[in-house]
Design a protein around this ligand. Structure first.
Ligand code: ADP
Ligand code: TRP
Length: 322
């Protein structure tokens, strides 16, 4: 059975881009594969330095995943820092990773271009991510499109390791769901917590309604036909939440003229809110059982570590370490 692995960084509250780009595909795969999903708390250290905040986001993301359908009897679910071997593998891989490869990383270049003062962790981020994947003999990595280059780097690093030290590591494949590869944010750019344009999966009704009703549209009157209706941001988002025929009906009405943007946004909010309501109920139940959630993560770490320690024995031996 192929091993499927993915991680989400606890550096903020999860948004619908994370849900459609990463969580839902991963949750769908948990029945078909040998699923390994983790909370990438080491990765959050390059951007977040508040310890209490890190713990709170980690806790929150654990609730989010479990509420959205991650089933701990099917998937191994753990916190990255509970398996510290990943840092050891990062060193073995980092020692084979050319500086040039890391210098070409989009995420690093984007962040430095935006004025983020880079630290070693940010530069080495793709190596830690490669270690996350290679430590668990992963075959398939479901991620959003923005992670494509990181996956290519992981493959390059695994191939280099195998060429240098002999066949040791499994070279993984990415799995990008094209139809939902890039969810746009409130401003039409890629939805990302770093751009402040997110619609959260969970949150206060009033706040979220305000966000959605605040989406800026053009100044055409409701009566005017809109031949570009399929490019309308609210239509694109509605397609994620409403049944296909409902979304198409709104799109047709917008194209023909007669549907006001306010009514369209109201419909978007209702569909969005109803889409997540069963998960909201489940999340509240889980939040009331912190011991259960802690136990799930602990059991997951034990299972993950059993795999990691075997891979590390192989990797150390291959390099002539202990
Ligand atoms: P952010 O950009 O908000 O910091 P992350 O980089 O933590 O999000 O992404 C976590 C996961 O969610 C990754 O697999 C990523 O590809 C996916 N993802 C993030 N934003 C989007 C988006 N707008 N559309 C699709 N997938 C996304
Ligand atoms: N870098 C990923 C992101 O920002 C999160 C992540 C860390 C990850 N390690 C991973 C995703 C390993 C897949 C596999 O979204």
């Amino acid at each position: 059975m192929p091993r499927v692995l993915t991680g989400i960084t606890p550096s903020g509250t999860l948004h619908i881009g994370n849900y459609f780009g990463a969580m839902r595909p991963a949750i769908e795969l948990q029945a078909a594969g040998d699923a390994f999903y983790f909370i990438a708390d080491y990765h959050s250290m390059t951007s977040l330095t508040d310890a209490a905040e890190r713990l709170a986001y980690t806790q929150g993301i654990a609730l989010d995943w479990l509420a959205c359908g991650l089933d701990p009897t099917k998937a191994v679910f753990w916190r990255q820092s509970d398996v510290p071997e990943v840092c050891e593998l990062t060193w073995l891989l980092g020692s084979l990773t050319p500086m040039g490869l890391l210098e070409r990383a989009h995420s690093y270049k984007d962040k430095t271009a935006k004025g983020v003062s880079p630290n070693f962790g940010l530069f080495a981020y793709p190596v830690l991510m490669a270690a996350d994947i290679l430590l668990y003999d992963t075959h398939i990595v479901p991620v959003g499109k923005d992670q494509k280059q990181h996956l290519e780097m992981t493959r390059d690093i695994a191939i280099k390791f195998n060429q240098t030290y002999g066949e040791t590591l499994i070279v993984p494949e990415e799995r990008i769901a094209e139809s939902v590869a890039l969810i746009p944010g409130l401003d039409g750019q890629k939805m990302s917590k770093s751009y402040g344009n997110t619609i959260e999966i969970f949150g206060e009704e009033k706040v979220l309604r305000k966000k959605i009703m605040g989406i800026v549209m053009d100044s055409r009157t409701p009566a005017e036909p809109k031949p570009d209706a399929e490019q309308n941001l609210a239509i694109q988002l509605l397609k994620l939440f409403a049944p296909a025929e409902v979304a198409t009906d709104y799109e047709n009405r917008l194209r023909a003229g007669g549907l006001g943007y306010g009514d369209l946004k109201k419909a978007l909010f209702e569909h969005y809110w109803n889409f997540f309501s069963p998960y909201r109920v489940r999340r509240a139940e889980l939040a009331a059982q912190p011991e259960y959630v802690a136990q799930v993560l602990q059991d997951g770490a034990t299972r993950a570590r059993a795999v990691a320690s075997q891979v590390m024995v192989r990797a150390r031996r291959a390099c002539g370490l202990r």
